[in-house]
Write a protein that binds this ligand. Sequence first.
Ligand SMILES: NC(=O)c1ccc[n+]([C@@H]2O[C@H](COP(=O)([O-])OP(=O)(O)OC[C@H]3O[C@@H](n4cnc5c(N)ncnc54)[C@H](O)[C@@H]3O)[C@@H](O)[C@H]2O)c1
Ligand SMILES: [Zn+2]
Length: 386
Amino acid sequence: MFFSVILRRESIRLDSILIAECHNEKVSTHYFVETSQVRYPVMVERGAIEQKLTELIPAKAHRLFIITEESVWKLHGHRLAAVTNAFGDRLRILHFPGGESRKRLAEVEALADQMLAAGGDRSSVVIGFGGGIVTDVAGFAAAVFMRGIPVIQVPTTLLAQVDAAVGGKTGVNLVGGKNLVGSFHQPIAVVIDPEVLGTLAMREVRAGLYEVLKHGVIRSPELFAMMEEHPLKILAQEAAYFDKAIAESVRIKCEVVSADEKEGDLRRILNFGHTIGHALEAETRYSLLLHGEAVAFGMRAATHLAVRLSTLAPETGTRINEAIEAYGEIPSLAGVTAEALMARLISDKKTVGGHVHFVLPTEIGATVIRSNVPDDAIRASIEAAL
Ligand SMILES: NC(=O)c1ccc[n+]([C@@H]2O[C@H](COP(=O)([O-])OP(=O)(O)OC[C@H]3O[C@@H](n4cnc5c(N)ncnc54)[C@H](O)[C@@H]3O)[C@@H](O)[C@H]2O)c1
Ligand SMILES: [Zn+2]
């Protein structure tokens, strides 16, 4: 018997969505994450780092620490000139080396030592300025320094803007697996400026766009349709389409996190494509694929599975697969076998009571979560996706 929870767009409160304005095709959108504990703004706006960041830093901040990667700082540090001028010698820029292999507790300790040596105390504030690795590490450092100080996330990759920086999940890797030490520590604000994505490698842009597409499949027929119709404009970062796709994606992430901060059933819908995607990432040792590419593969397999289990009409499955393809090829998976991925799935940390959960689309914008899916159906879907 299947365990299933049907999650529909109408089923959650919509009070997390506040203001959405579009003037002359310039997207200027402010959302809020609102849980029982916190309420914080998430703004999506070109130029927001220059124009809005300073006013979001609490006036009582004695010390400000910007945790960033040197390469990102060289490219975009100038955008924080107003902040650096306002804080003068109360500001320290802490360079984190970057890379998945450095996303470790030892680096968090090193950052905390530097913060203390520079006079950091409970009234200090952290800004995480970089991709998802930086925002995860900066968020975790803020979560544990002096038992928790405020963090403002300023994500600079598409993946971090639409996913990692919103929602308060922070953490680092262990030798045994990714993100296994961490904490929920909600930021006090998130500033999403699509302008910084102009320097991002095309492959990173595509990887982020797969996650945006995921948001469309699980919750927004409008976003999905726009992405289906305008892949070239979106890949070219044409603001009228690209920024709208980011904003809608961020809206969905805010909405889901607001309704389900700590990953109960609703937040699980964000794992569409991730069950098999995580297995593939682990199987290819986190080196062959970017996270978003693994998710694209996982979405293809989950879509096959949904059609096979008759939760999804075949023609809608075809639409999803064609939309994924429109955003480019993922690297060759020659050598990866369905058997190896099946073995990985069994040890996936998201399994509960030995069951693997799958988020399966039922139409564009709605999903169902299933466990106890027969192994042969999973294997066949992986084979079809391979
Ligand atoms: N906390 C969460 O909820 C959550 C969700 C999804 C992913 N994550 C985590 O996010 C991490 C992946 O994030 P990512 O994909 O952003 O990787 P990343 O942080 O490594 O960034 C990717 C690359 O882009 C570079 N870069 C960053 N900003 C740039 C810019 N504006 N221009 C040019 N280059 C730039 C970085 O130096 C890096 O080389 C993983 O560790 C994953 O576990 C966390
Ligand atoms: Zn993801």
